[in-house]
Design a protein around this ligand. Structure first.
Ligand code: ATP
Ligand code: MG
Length: 300
């Protein structure tokens, strides 16, 4: 049923983005081919985006890595923050997590310059602040701090001028660390795995975002719901995606990430899939996601 996508730029349409008339994407809406954005003339201040879902294994880390890499390909200066004591983002980007300053040290405010915790990755324009298991103690330490929900925001504020976007890879929980990420963020992306229980827990997550908006961070908005691990060959995957679109409408991003074995392979190699297999369909999907988020205004 799928036709090859051709790039169309329609100068007559309101947003300059052509619609491929007869082709509907997996989300049941017309497919767009988002244009490459104009290069930026200057950098910063960064918009902060939290990748958040308290359900485990839905593609938060994979999306942080690959969206970070594809935004960097488009000339954006990107900082990825590992905010999970498992350190999967750090491992996936092949950076050191021991005997180096980590996000935990910055949260504890030991007078460390946040810049000293930033490491370069193999992708030009993509930097990372690593995490390791020490971060699991942070919730306990932070509980007694003044303005305990705002500590990450304070750290990232110092780094924001140097980046166009900061992506925070949250751990699968709605605890104090995640609330810190939501308090620091301008926007949230919710990756949702296309499987039966996908929608379970999303109401609670949306409720948490609403509470953070009411009490701590009035400006936070939902940048989009990203369907991941989609398998067009199964009726099940298609039905789940249909239900997600019924529930969230236009908040569901048009870009859908297909299930493929290449992701685990890329993770083991410590590089984004866009370097591991640049022409793979998933690399193209993450490039499309980067362009879609720029068109939606989530990234400069
Ligand atoms: N589109 C995909 N197709 C197949 N496997 C994938 C895909 N995306 C991610 N994976 C794999 O699924 C596993 C979980 O992905 P990932 O670590 O990105 O999820 P997560 O939401 O960050 O998990 P956690 O909640 O544990 O932090 C990883 O092994 C990853 O390589
Ligand atoms: Mg993760």
């Amino acid at each position: 049923m799928r036709r090859a996508l051709v790039t169309l730029y329609d100068a007559d349409s309101a947003d300059g983005i052509a619609t491929l008339d007869s082709e509907l994407g997996p989300t049941g809406r017309p497919l767009h081919e988002f244009p490459d954005p104009a290069p930026l003339v200057g950098h910063g201040p960064a918009r902060i985006i939290a990748l958040c879902n308290q359900k485990g294994g839905v593609g938060k880390t994979t999306t942080t890595i690959n969206l970070g890499a594809t935004l960097a390909e488009l000339g954006r200066r990107v900082l990825a923050v590992d905010f999970d004591p498992q350190g999967a983002l750090s491992a996936g980007l092949g950076v050191q997590t021991h005997d180096v300053p980590t996000i935990y040290d910055l949260l504890l405010g030991r007078g460390i310059d946040p810049r000293s915790a930033v490491q370069r990755t193999s992708v030009e324009g993509l930097d990372v602040i690593p995490a390791n298991i020490d971060l699991s103690a942070a919730e306990v330490h932070l509980v007694t701090e003044v303005a305990r929900e705002q500590i990450l925001a304070g750290v990232l504020r110092k780094l924001a001028p140097e980046y166009d976007v900061i992506l925070v890879d949250c751990q699968p929980s709605l605890g104090l660390l995640t609330v810190n990420a939501l308090t620091a963020a301008h926007g949230v992306i919710i990756p949702l795995e296309c499987e039966f229980f996908a929608l379970r827990g999303v109401a609670l997550l949306v409720e948490t975002i609403d509470k953070v908006r009411d009490r701590l961070n009035p400006a936070i908005r939902l940048d989009g719901i990203l369907a991941t691990m989609y398998d067009a060959r199964t009726l099940h995957s298609r039905e789940v995606l249909e239900r997600v679109v019924d529930a969230f409408g236009d908040e569901v991003l048009e870009t859908v990430i297909t299930r493929t074995i290449k992701f685990p392979d890329a993770t083991v190699s410590g590089t984004p899939i866009t370097q591991f297999a640049p022409e793979h369909q998933s690399s193209r999907a993450y490039r499309q996601l980067a362009r879609e988020l720029i068109v939606r205004g989530a990234v400069a």
